[in-house]
Design a protein around this ligand. Structure first.
Ligand code: PEP
Ligand code: MG
Length: 755
């Protein structure tokens, strides 16, 4: 049964369009369950359910039968969001008869809701002639099918819209939008460019081309190259392989000669798809035919087809010119945008980013914020394969992506961009002014960074220094650990660019979602595993080299602050301090003239909250890393789009934890700063000022907004707001209340622009 389901889902995922997908569903489910009727109803914009496909009812009813909200058994299934299993539907008070369906002859009825992202998007129904209930096995099977298909249907439905098959102008702003998660603030209107891992044939997107002859030529060239390659391989292995195994090469060559494959690809190219997209389509169709075969030997031939496809793809990619064809307003789209993928792009052409996986605190989102690129993460329903070259709007405030947007949507976003422009011009005027509350309280604003390339905007931002330099980024873009001198040079540039202002260099925090290509860590649960200080304490040689490089970089500048990530108990801190003092002592012995830097601890693990006092008294300052603190306190993975709605640093538990840290540090007279993303959230900034936190570190793009909030608020008012928030019990009321406060302080622009 599992295998049948798997195949069904796979087929639906590969369907040409929504009609095709639904037709696969109704025919397969009817056959598997051996019932008289299987139908799918989908909800439209007005909440009515439309019969979209059937096997068993009259075909002519498709598209015509429409059940208004509250009408018929289908609506009942939807409103209850649970299955309804009836011996005789005809006898039920909600039964609604449509003569065109011919369903009067079917008594038994089983309807299950199709639920996607908590919303009932449709109902899957099976019916049978006799009056008898469906058994439990049938019920659980249909529930499983519906649960598995919900995502696939949503996918194909959106892909359909994007491919322009639904010509009508959408009725609401939403109708061609995908909801993901805000990754980096801002709006970008541009053209999607899908980037995919090389050699992954399933990930190749469709791409429209105009020069069909040139594309056909590329394909023929790749085909000839693969043929040649196979012949050489076959000759080389002729004496080494038994004849039966050797025949495999002949089979491959035969497949290459097969008109159904090569002509299929040619014809897809002739219809305007590029060779790689045409190849993916035809190879997948053939693979599927083999996979559906009962005979296991034949099923494995599907793997051969894929292998062949990969070989042709490799040649197509080798011949492709280096990507010089990025348009000037490219929106980078991928299943999983990684920091190195982003770093590889022509930065002057990228204006926005969309990633199917990941969330706001994924490191690629942090990088995008540093680069000022509006970004949407976790856009799970994005039909990646169908959107290359299409117009896209990225709304990094709300986390929405609009595909082939309508005129109305485009107009709305142009207006929003103008508003943004006005706001940022207004904010520009604040550059030289201090971040001081209305009652004269000075707040120090710093920026978070980790790239040398983003130093210039950072210096021009009016920041008072760097509050968090994530040293792992220079480690991530190399092929090996950088050496002491290499690191010293990088850190020196950073320290020099801001001297005499302070610069906080955080020691290496890899692990979790930050992998080094040359230092793989395989773990079941990486965020609770070998990460940050745990790795560097286990590898003092890595830690000591980094500390020495930092200390040497600070000679004569003396603006270095060291920050230790992921500290979860006092022993880790004392061990780290021991190593720092060891490195310092060695350098002094070597005759270097170095001052001892200020040392701080990140508070980002719940245990550190409860030991904040013990940690504070051993160091010079604390810095709260709200990204991890939120993830660990709420048990919500910061990278998982499915639970992202639960991830919010304004959660009462996070606010209380932060209060506790501030109070514990106050006992030892040690300053506390915030360097997680929360510091760049205008609503949250009110609370942080209210708590008495005097320094905030954020992405360069957030800085002017936060300064605006600080300059328009008194510290006294912020404290009052905090005391109201402290008696609130849920995050939604807190956010709503803070937005109201921003509006009242005349800062509604921040909320409106970021609607
Ligand atoms: C944090 O966890 O809040 C933080 C600033 O560190 P990172 O995002 O690099 O884990
Ligand atoms: Mg962290």
């Amino acid at each position: 049964m599992l295998e049948t389901l798997r195949r069904l889902v796979q087929e639906v995922n590969q369907a040409r369009n929504l009609d095709h997908a639904l037709s696969i569903i109704v025919h397969s489910v009817k056959a598997i369950m051996d019932v008289a009727v299987c139908s799918v109803y989908l909800r439209d914009n007005s909440n009515a359910f439309i019969l979209m496909a059937t096997d068993g009812l009259q075909e002519k009813a498709v598209g015509k039968v429409r059940l208004q909200e509250g009408e018929g058994l289908v609506s009942l299934v939807a409103s209850r969001a649970e299955p309804i299993n009836l011996r005789s539907a005809l006898a039920h008070r909600n039964y609604h008869y449509f003569p065109e369906t011919g369903e009067e002859s079917y008594h038994a009825f089983l309807g299950v809701p199709i639920i996607h992202h908590r919303k009932v998007v449709g109902v899957l129904v099976v019916q049978d002639r006799d009056a008898q209930s469906f058994n439990e096995e049938s019920e659980t099977f249909l529930i499983t099918v519906a649960a598995q298909l919900a995502g696939a249907i949503a996918h194909v439905e959106i892909g359909n819209d994007v491919a322009g098959q639904n010509e009508t102008e959408p009725a609401t702003l939403d109708s061609r939008s995908i909801t993901g998660l805000p990754g980096a603030a801002g709006v970008a209107m541009g053209v999607a460019r899908v980037v995919y891992p090389l050699a992954d044939i399933a990930a190749v997107p469709d791409r429209q081309i105009t020069d069909i002859a040139a594309e056909l030529e590329k394909f023929e060239k790749a085909l000839a190259a693969v043929r040649q390659e196979l012949r050489i391989m076959s000759q080389r292995l002729e004496d080494k392989l038994p004849s039966q195994e050797h025949a495999l090469f002949d089979a491959y060559l035969l497949m290459l000669e097969s008109d159904s494959i090569t002509d299929g690809i040619r014809s897809a190219i002739e219809k305007g798809n590029w060779a790689a997209g045409a190849l993916r389509k035809v190879i997948q169709e053939h693979e599927q035919v083999f996979q559906e075969m009962e005979d296991s030997y034949m099923r494995e031939r599907g793997d051969d087809v894929r292998d062949l496809g990969r070989r042709i793809l490799m040649h197509l990619q080798q011949d492709a010119p280096a990507d010089t064809d990025f348009s000037e307003n490219t929106i980078l789209v991928s299943e999983e945008v990684t920091p190195s993928m982003l770093a590889d792009m022509p930065m002057d052409r990228i204006i926005g980013v969309v990633s199917v996986r990941g969330s706001r605190t994924s490191h690629v989102a942090i990088l995008a914020r540093a680069l000022g690129l509006p970004t949407v993460m976790g856009a799970e329903d994005l039909p990646v394969r169908h959107i290359d070259g299409r117009e896209v709007i990225v709304d990094g405030y709300s986390g929405r992506v609009y595909l082939s947007p309508s005129k109305t949507v485009r107009r709305e976003y142009r207006e929003l961009l103008n508003q943004e422009q006005e706001l940022s011009e207004e904010l520009q005027g604040l550059k030289g002014l201090p971040a001081e509350t209305l009652d004269g309280e000075k707040i120090h604003l710093y920026v978070n960074t980790g790239l040398l390339a983003d130093m210039t905007p950072t210096q021009e931002s009016g920041a008072e220094g760097i509050g968090l330099y994530r040293t792992e980024f220079p480690f991530m873009i190399r092929q090996r650990f950088p050496g002491e001198d290499e690191q010293r040079n990088i850190y020196r540039q950073v320290l020099e660019s801001f001297a005499p202002d302070p610069v906080v260099l955080r020691t290496l925090d890899v692990g979790g979602d930050k992998a080094l290509p040359y230092f793989p860590i395989e773990e079941e649960n990486p965020f609770l595993g070998w990460r940050g200080i745990r790795i560097t304490l286990d590898h003092p040689e890595i830690f000591l080299v980094q500390i020495r490089a930092m200390l040497r970089a600070s000679v004569g500048l003396n603006n270095l602050n060291i920050l230790l990530p992921m500290i979860s108990d006092v022993a880790e801190l004392t061990d780290s301090l021991g190593l720092i003092h060891q490195a310092y002592g060695e350098l002094l012995e070597d005759g270097e003239n170095i001052e001892m830097p200020r040392i701080g601890v990140m508070i980002e693990v719940p245990s550190a909250v409860y030991q904040a006092g013990s940690l504070a008294r051993r160091v010079d300052y604390l810095s709260i890393g709200t990204n991890d603190l939120t993830q660990y306190l709420l048990a919500v993975d910061r990278n998982n789009a499915r639970v992202a709605a639960l991830y919010d640093s304004l959660h009462p538990a996070v606010i209380r934890a932060m209060m506790q840290v501030v109070e514990s540090a106050r006992v030892y007279d040690k300053p506390v700063s915030v360097c997680g993303e929360m510091a760049g959230d205008p609503a949250a900034a009110i609370l942080l000022v209210g708590m008495g936190i005097e320094s905030l570190s954020m992405s360069v793009a957030s800085l002017p907004r936060i300064k605006w909030v600080i300059r328009n608020l008194s510290r006294e008012r912020a404290t009052e707001i905090l005391s109201v928030v402290l008696i609130m019990e849920d995050v939604h009321s807190i956010r709503a209340y803070l937005h109201e406060q921003l509006e009242q302080a005349g800062l509604g622009g921040l909320v409106r622009v970021g609607k």
